[in-house]
Write a protein that binds this ligand. Structure first.
Ligand SMILES: O=C(O)C1=C[C@@H](OP(=O)(O)O)[C@@H](O)[C@H](O)C1
Ligand SMILES: C=C(OP(=O)(O)O)C(=O)O
Length: 423
């Protein structure tokens, strides 16, 4: 795909449903008593992988034009799958399913694509084994993973990394455990699982960094409205900030405080972003308006990292257009996503003439010199593809992107929406 530098981006858009909430809506809907109607569901490949896995365990899931309808089978109603559960490119599906499968009275095997087979699963294997799970993985750390029936016991577990996937896997296994399950987080990660549990009647208490779940008798289905994904909105927030003359509004964006690190960072960089129509349902939602402005470099590290982990590639793009130095620290987790996102962004930014440097736990970008056109690689990583597309909008000359279709993992309509705004 060739992307030309563009004029002002203007207009109003909505972004697709939140990926994290869409996965959880299907999973918890499947385990609930009753029918769950999900509106705003993300029809991206990752969430379709989750639907596919639950269908293989006997859950009826209907996809209509306006909603996804999950016929809950109850906490103990899943059936043994006849084949391997294929999780595609989705780390969230893989890790959260481990938690659920650990508590089932049947054996199941999980596997995903080439990227998933390289992502660390030891982090979920370890606590699930402590809970009593019988689980085997390649070299004890990789897919394929096989889970055998076993009795689970509640544990108290201090997470070695701030990961919502790990936290959620343990809490999901806790549904099937005898006694309470407690996880202690090193820094707050997204809390969509805890919020949805509460909405479905599960007793979950959060005190500071400690989350405790009481195993329930049942989960009760509720309808779920999925807000727009702030991780998808992030591409347009940065695009609007760097393309001269832009002014665009993104409606209905989820602004759960565990996800809004991107807003904090862009404000500190000098971006002009305003919030309107804020309302708080099970998840807080608002409209965001961004206008072009001059950006400056910032330091990013510590407990904000889990609040913007998926936005760091596009933040690196904002940094390339910002005056001065941006330092990103404490972001080792970026190395074990769909690609090594630190290496990928530094390599590709350099191709466009940006002064970028990889560090052990992040990157340093010295911005302010307008990037030139380049031929980019996406590493089959949706967020790298969309970040580089945003970079291209304000570059001095045209850029090329290989395999742009990878955006379908989280944002199938990304390029159409960009064109509609003037990109
Ligand atoms: O729980 C989730 O839905 C997610 C958690 C994050 O991963 P980690 O838990 O590995 O940090 C994030 O990167 C991923 O896109 C979605
Ligand atoms: C890391 C991501 O997702 P997952 O871990 O679910 O593959 C992502 O969407 O950026």
């Amino acid at each position: 795909m060739q992307i030309q530098p563009c004029g002002p981006l203007r207009g109003e858009i909505t972004v697709p449903g939140d990926k994290s909430i869409s996965h959880r809506a299907v999973m918890l809907g499947a385990l609930a008593n009753g029918t769950t109607h999900i509106t705003g569901f993300l029809m991206g490949e990752d969430c379709l992988s989750t639907i596919d896995c639950f269908r293989k365990m006997g859950v009826e899931i209907e996809i209509t034009d306006s909603e996804v309808i999950v016929e809950g089978v109850g906490l103990h109603g899943l059936c043994a799958p006849e084949e391997t559960l294929y999780t595609g490119n989705s780390g969230t599906t893989t890790r959260l399913l481990c938690g659920i499968l650990a508590g089932q009275p049947f054996t199941a095997t999980l596997n995903g694509d080439a990227s998933i087979q390289k992502r660390p699963m030891g982090r979920v294997i370890k606590p699930l084994r402590e809970m009593g799970a019988s689980i085997e993985g390649k070299n004890d750390n990789y897919c394929p993973l096989t889970l055998y029936p076993s009795e689970l016991y509640g544990i108290e577990y201090r997470l070695p990394v701030a990961s919502a996937q790990l936290k959620s896997a343990i809490l999901l296994a806790g549904l099937y455990a005898e006694g309470q399950t407690t996880v202690i987080e090193p820094a707050p990660s997204r809390d969509h699982t805890e919020r949805m549990f509460r909405a479905l009647g599960v007793e979950v208490e959060t005190h500071g960094s400690t989350i405790t779940l009481e195993p329930p008798e049942d989960l009760y289905a509720v309808d779920i409205r999925v807000p727009g994904d702030i991780s998808s909105a992030a591409f347009f927030l940065v695009a609007g900030a760097i393309v001269e003359g832009s002014e665009l509004t993104i409606r209905n964006v989820g602004v759960n405080p565990t996800r809004t690190g991107i807003l904090d960072v862009l404000h500190e960089m000098g971006a002009d972003i305003s919030i309107s129509n804020f309302h708080d349902d099970a998840e807080p939602v608002c409209d965001l308006t961004v206008k072009h402005s001059m950006l400056r470099g910032v330091e990013i590290g510590g407990s904000i990292i889990p609040r913007l982990i998926d936005e760091l590639p596009v933040i690196a793009v904002a940094a390339a257009y910002a005056e001065g130095e941006t330092v990103i620290r404490d972001a080792q987790e970026l190395k074990v996503k769909e690609s090594n996102r630190i290496a990928a962004m530094v390599t590709e930014l350099k191709k466009a003439g940006v002064d970028a440097e990889e560090t052990d736990d992040g990157m340093i970008i010295r911005g302010g010199k307008r990037p030139h056109g380049a031929a980019f690689e996406t590493y089959k990583d949706h967020r790298i593809a969309m970040s580089l597309a945003v970079l291209a909008l304000a570059a001095r000359s045209a850029c090329r992107i290989d395999e742009p279709e990878v955006v379908a993992i989280s944002y199938p309509d990304f390029f159409h929406t960009l064109e509609r705004l003037g990109g």
